[in-house]
Design a protein. Structure first.
Length: 272
């Protein structure tokens, strides 16, 4: 079906109650990166919201590959959505069926900004007992939208803090800090445990001989680090030049991670 032929009922449950879940997948040169990992996360998110996905993971992966082929895409972004239909207009979604939609758009690889600055978000992240952070759900990104829209002038993104002033993530990406040859990143209690985050921790750091520590990071200590960067499927590796009034210098460590990530996504890395 053509993109402009899709018809969505205004009574679709997810439009009113934020019960949709999704995942975003990148292709590089026509090759889908970490497709199985993304599809598995989509299913976990869907199950948390009670969705029944009537397709196997292999079926969904095949659909992603067909999207890329049919649209003759090289570098692209595939979005996979699961949502309830319009059977029940109340929040209960009784008798509603889960629908799956996939679409793909051209999406060239990012060229990292020289000055990518974060300001602290006005809104705070609620405790993990108040929100399902490990589901990639539309409800999480409603707050991201509000915070990004309300960010301070001169800044490119926001940094979410917890109610206890601990660093969480940006509006849509995980954050890492650098000290020497060591990386530090917040735990995934109040942030999505991103696939790119796991690639850095499990694949790139061992290859580059970098240590990495997952721990709580207080906002008050972020000025003690040498550098910082964001990571995610869409943003890839984005070096951060400053957070609020704190400034970071260019980092050879971040450059090495970005370079190796590029090699990995473009099939030129020794990592498999």
């Amino acid at each position: 079906m053509r993109f402009d032929e899709v018809i969505l009922s205004p009574a679709t449950h997810g439009l009113s109650y934020a019960t949709s879940v999704f995942d975003g997948i990148r292709t590089y040169g026509g090759s889908i990166f970490k497709c199985d990992d993304h599809i598995a996360r989509l299913r976990r998110s869907a199950e948390l919201f009670g969705h029944t996905v009537h397709y196997s993971n292999a079926d969904l992966a095949d659909a992603c590959h067909e999207l890329v082929r049919a649209n003759d895409l090289a570098d692209a972004y595939i979005k996979c959505l699961v949502f309830y239909d319009d059977t029940d207009v109340s929040f209960k979604a009784q008798g509603s069926s889960s629908k799956v939609v996939l679409f793909a758009l051209p999406f060239p690889s990012n060229s990292a900004a020289e000055q990518y600055r974060l300001s602290t978000a006005t809104w705070r992240r609620a405790p993990a007992s108040c929100h399902p952070y490990q589901a990639k759900t539309s409800s999480t990104y409603a707050l991201s939208y509000l915070s990004h829209r309300g960010r301070a002038d001169g800044y490119d993104d926001v940094l979410f803090l917890s109610t206890a002033d601990a660093v969480c993530e940006s509006s849509g990406s995980n954050v890492f800090f650098v000290k020497g040859n060591a990386l530090f990143t917040p735990t995934a209690e109040l942030a999505l445990d991103g696939i790119t985050r796991r690639v850095i921790i499990d694949e790139l750091c061992p290859r580059l001989k970098l240590s990495v520590t997952e721990r709580d990071i207080a906002y008050g200590e972020i000025g003690s680090f040498d550098a910082a960067f964001l990571c995610g499927t869409a943003i890839e590796i984005m070096e951060v030049s400053g957070i609020d009034e704190i400034r970071y210098a260019k980092s050879a460590v971040v450059d090495a991670i970005a370079t190796e990530y590029w090699h990995l996504t473009n099939g030129r890395s020794a990592i498999r």
